[in-house]
Design a protein around this ligand. Structure first.
Ligand code: HGY
Ligand code: MN
Ligand code: MN
Length: 413
């Protein structure tokens, strides 16, 4: 392999691109709200596409709205070395989750351009649609379709709470592309991301060498009782769906604690009907997010959820419906890509810390169809999915230098 150039990314330009992007969907508390396929997501995508074209890339959009910006290499027949992440955010998200991985990829291309450096393989930066799964569930759906985990029609038919489908919204914002979603080969895929947890910061390490990601199960739960008068219905006669839901939710929390130290569970969405102060709730919907790095433990957590629902609803005369929305097994990233990241970190002067991702990422699906690795950098107090999410220009540039090096390691023969 030719010796790699000792070139560094432009820290100020990377930071400025992050701050420029953060102006789109900016929230009052300094975060970002660019829900998937919203007008804000469209504006962010348009800005990114323009930046890529300004950097001399060709841009393709696929049937799920995934964006592929390509910088040509010496040999157009070689499969591309690809990086990227997502631009969609949580409703009260931060400036760095996802968008860092996208703009770090752009900074790699801009840096190669600065030095007129030609790679052998093409280099691509991708934006994966609807990684967050906040507006349209499940999460990572478009990288999932790309990896063959879901069908295109299934994804296009997913509805948000207003009943709008992904397909309609892709068309509305002009990102329903012609390119088939999936089937294209990558020589390797690397995703740079903030850790979204406390480990790197606590261990005072700048680079995380991500060896894998924990497994995830998402469920929808509906508990049904009977609507009745809040004043004239004696307590023993009630079938209060909200009392049932709160008991189950307390057990969901206990299930994670019983699978410590890694088990986690979260109820993030709840809808109570008829939502009237003086009517006993007859129906309650809530979401469940359960995760664990060990698949057997995740299965046990699922079984405990089913048992909790049966016990509580049986005691209170309620009925329930449990629907699985997503199940992704724990992921082990490609050992060669993990070594490439570790070596790139070392070349950049960092002793990378091996780490398993608590969060899901598009890389988790891409790992099914291409050799895949991830690079983490710290975020303040490990906080993410929060408007106060923050990271330093130095750490972000360090992660981008490691990304550049890792990509060159696969794009230069
Ligand atoms: O839920 C996740 O882990 C990711 O942030 N979508
Ligand atoms: Mn993310
Ligand atoms: Mn996220």
């Amino acid at each position: 392999m030719a010796s790699l150039p000792n070139i560094k990314v432009n820290k100020e330009r990377l930071w400025q691109s992050l701050m420029d992007m953060a102006r789109i969907g900016a929230t009052a508390k300094g975060g970002s709200c660019r829900l998937a396929l919203s007008d804000e997501d469209k504006a962010g995508r348009d800005l990114f596409v323009q930046w890529c074209k300004d950097a001399g890339c060709t841009v393709e959009i696929d049937r799920l709205g995934n964006i592929f910006a390509r910088r040509p290499g010496r040999d157009p027949k070689m499969d591309p070395v690809v990086t990227g992440s997502h631009l969609d955010t949580q409703p009260t998200g931060g400036k760095f989750d996802g968008v860092y991985g996208v703009l770090a990829g752009l900074e790699v291309i801009r840096t190669l351009n600065d030095h007129g450096y030609e790679t052998d393989a093409p280099v691509e930066v991708t934006v994966w649609t609807n990684e967050e799964g906040s507006r349209f569930a499940p999460s990572m759906i478009a990288s999932g379709v790309f990896a063959g985990a879901y069908g295109e029609d299934y994804a296009h038919a997913i509805k948000d709470v207003q009943g709008k489908t992904m397909g309609e919204e892709l068309k509305r914002i002009g990102y329903l592309g012609d390119r088939p979603c999936g089937g294209q080969k990558f020589r390797a895929f690397f995703e740079a991301h903030i850790e979204q947890g406390p480990i790197l910061e606590a261990q005072k390490r700048t680079i995380g060498v991500v060896t894998g990601a924990q497994g995830l199960r998402w469920f929808d739960v509906t508990i049904t009782g009977q609507e009745a008068h809040a004043g004239s219905t004696p307590m023993p006669r009630r079938r209060d769906a909200l009392v049932g839901a709160t008991k189950v939710i307390d057990r969901i929390n206990a299930i994670a604690l019983a699978n410590a130290p890694y088990g986690v569970s979260t109820v993030g969405v709840m809808r109570v009907l008829p939502a009237s102060r003086n009517t006993i709730p007859g129906s309650v919907y809530f979401s469940v997010d359960m995760r664990h790095p060990d698949d057997a433990a995740l299965t046990r957590m699922h079984a405990a959820l089913k048992a909790s629902l049966a016990t509580v609803c049986g005691e209170l005369g309620l009925s329930h419906e449990l629907t699985e929305v997503a199940y992704t097994k724990p992921v082990v990233f490609d050992p060669e890509c993990v070594s490439t990241v570790r070596a790139a970190a070392k070349d950049c002067g960092f002793d990378g810390l091996d780490i398993i991702s608590g969060a899901g990422h598009d890389a988790c699906y891409i790992n099914r169809v291409a050799p895949t690795g991830m690079i983490f950098v710290p975020c303040a107090d490990g906080i993410s999915h929060n408007e106060i999410e923050s990271a330093t220009p130095e750490d972000l540039a360090a992660g981008c230098d490691v990304l550049l090096r890792a990509m060159l390691g696969r794009a230069v023969l």
